[in-house]
Design a protein around this ligand. Sequence first.
Ligand SMILES: *Cc1c(COP(=O)(O)O)cnc(C)c1O
Length: 388
Amino acid sequence: MKIYLDNNATTRLDDDAFEAMIPFFKEEYGNAFSLHLFGKETGKAVAESRKVIADLLKVLPEEVIFTGSGTEGDNLAIRGVARAYKNRGKHIIVSSIEHPGVRNTCKDLEKEGYEITVLNVNENGVVDVEQLKSAIKDETILISVMHANNETGVVQPIEEIGKIAKENKILFHVDAVQSMGKLPIDPKAMGIDLLVFTAHKFYGPKGVGALYVRNGVRLGKVITGGGQERKLRPGTTNTPLIVGMAKALEKAYATMDEEFKKEAELRDYFEEQLLAQIPEIVVNGKNVKRLPGTSSITFKYVEGESILLSLSMKGIAVSSGSACSSDELQASHVLLAMGIPEEFAHGTIRFSLGKYNTKEEMDYTINAVVEVIGKLRMMSPLWNEFHK
Ligand SMILES: *Cc1c(COP(=O)(O)O)cnc(C)c1O
C-alpha cells in the first residue's frame, strides 16, 4: 500500500494534462517565437493556453506572464516592484507565514536597503489586519500576503487587505500557489495587482507557473534576455508545460466545487477520528477558513520526524513542518508565528489530501497514525513526564 498525503508539496500529473502535452514534445516542437510554420503552431497553442488561463481568472491574456515556478513568480513580482518603484519608497509589508519564495526574497531586499515590516498572525494563523493598517506609511510600495498557507491551509483575508492596499495606493502581491484551482480567485474583484501560481500544485506539470500582472503595474527587470513574456521573463517558451498547465487549471476549475466538498469531508472525517482516538493533539487552524484538503496536526510529546519516518515505513507520505525546511531541523516559522511552542511545533505533521485520495486510504492512515503515536509516546520521556 502506498498512500500519498503530501499534495501541498506537489501533485500527481492529471492524465488529460499529460495527454495535452505530448504532441508538443514530439511533432510540434517549434520555437513559439519563430515566424515560420513550426513557430506558428506552437505560438498558437501558447496563445490559446494564455487565453484559457486569463478567462478563468477574468483578466486579460496580456496580463498573464508564464514563469518556470511559483518561486520564480514571487521573485519577479517582489523584486520587480522593488526595482520599479524604489524612487517612490523602499518599504515593503509582508506576513510572517510566507513561503521561502517570498520570505527569502524580502530578506534579500532588506540587505539591499529596503525596509521590511513583518506582520504577525493570530493563534489561528490569520494575518493581523490592524497591524497592517498601522504599518502603512508614505514609503510603502508593496504588501505581500499569501492566499492560503501551505502548512496549515489557513485562508487569509485577501479581499480586506486588497481594499486597504487600494485605498492607500500600494501594490498588492498574493502568492496563490496553494489556493489556485481549489478556491475561486478573482484578482480584479479582490484588489490584487500581482498574483502567483504554479502548475504542479494543481495536477499540472512541474517547472511551469504564471504571474498575473495587472495592466498599469510596472515591473523592473529581474532576468534580462529576449522579448518573450513582455521581456519580463525572457527565455524560449516552454510550450508543452504551458499547454499542460492550462489543461490542468481548466479541469481544476470545472471540478472545483465537488472536489472541495469531497476533500473537506474526507479531511474532517480524518480529523474527527484522530481527535477521538488520540489524546493531546491539536488541529491547527481548525476554527477558521481553510483549504479543503490540508490538515496540520500537532501531536504533543513526539517528534515530527519520527512520525514522518514511521508513517513512511507503512507506505504513507506526509510532511513535517514545511517541506522546504524539513531537511533542516528547524521548527516551522509558520507554526511558531501562530504561537505554538517550539517543542510542540516539532511534533506537527501536515497531511495534505488531493483529488486521488479515497476513504479507504484515510481509514488505513487513521489506524497507522494511532499505532505510530502510541508506540512513539511509549518511548518518549516527555510523554512519560507529562503522564506523572
Ligand atoms: C509550493 C509553493 C511555492 C513554490 O512553488 P514552486 O513552483 O515549487 O517554486 C510558493 N508558494 C507556496 C505557498 C507554495 O506552496
